[in-house]
Design a protein around this ligand. Structure first.
Ligand SMILES: CC(C)(COP(=O)(O)OP(=O)(O)OC[C@H]1O[C@@H](n2cnc3c(N)ncnc32)[C@H](O)[C@@H]1OP(=O)(O)O)[C@@H](O)C(=O)NCCC(=O)NCCS
Length: 213
């Protein structure tokens, strides 16, 4: 269903409190959208509805692993997916693959995910995406810039759901050594990532009052 090596890499982003998985986007996945979901997804383009359908098939599989029956996961007006009460989650897709992450809100306050090709960030996006400190480290690996981009998209989704703040790229500083991104207001968002065969970044905010396992 999905490149086995990508699936292995993506599954390794999971932990006891966050489930992460991926799925190939297949012809017909657009028909997996439940009525409520289809009504909430305004896109007329078949490929867009297909990718959103594939993401929701995956989302429902992950929800089933958490003990939830078939639930609709429509889109809010903001664009963010609306999960059943007690669940936080996120979707991303490229042309071929959908990824999803879910957690339970008693341990995770919010999370976000992104998938990107394992390719360099186009030169013309460097200044837009990377802060001066991040730019100084772009030469560390060919895909370093794209990984920063994916991290910021994942953090954007996390924070948009957490408190509605719409971040700009330079509001976020990625610190891979600490596996976190720090926002302009000082908040730290945790990061996990895989590099091969595609870049996938998971951002998440644990609940500070959750019991430690
Ligand atoms: C929201 C956004 C990040 C999605 O990225 P994308 O490359 O278009 O699409 P992706 O495949 O990564 O993700 C798509 C999923 O994101 C989710 N999404 C869309 N808007 C969202 C939001 N505001 N909050 C959280 N998740 C959102 C949806 O679930 C969507 O899938 P669906 O349409 O099947 O439901 C992008 O559209 C956007 O608005 N970016 C803001 C640009 C910007 O200023 N970024 C600064 C980053 S710091």
């Amino acid at each position: 269903m999905c490149d086995p090596s990508l699936k292995r890499s993506v599954e390794q982003l999971s932990s006891s409190d966050i489930l992460v998985d991926c799925r190939a986007i297949l012809p017909g996945d657009e028909n997996a959208l439940l009525d409520e979901e289809a009504r909430s997804i305004p896109a007329r383009v078949l490929e867009v509805r297909r990718a959103s359908g594939a993401a929701r098939v995956l989302g429902r599989e992950l929800l089933a692993r958490l003990g939830y029956g078939d639930c609709a996961i429509p889109k809010a007006a903001s664009g963010a997916p609306l999960w059943p009460a007690g669940v936080v989650g996120s979707f991303a897709h490229d042309d071929a693959t959908a990824v999803a992450a879910v957690g339970q809100s008693d341990t995770i306050s919010a999370l976000g995910i992104d998938i990107e090709p394992a390719e360099p960030l186009p030169e013309e996006l460097r200044d837009l995406v990377a802060t001066p400190r991040e730019q100084a480290r772009l030469a560390e690996s060919p895909c370093h810039g794209r990984l920063i981009f994916a991290a910021k998209e994942a953090v954007y989704k996390t924070i948009a759901v957490l408190d509605g703040t719409l971040l700009d790229y330079h509001d976020i500083e990625v610190d891979w050594a600490a596996r976190q991104a720090v926002l302009r207001d000082g908040r730290a968002i945790k990061l996990r990532y895989c590099l091969s065969p595609q870049l996938v970044v998971l951002a998440y905010v644990p609940r500070t009052d959750a019991p430690r396992v």
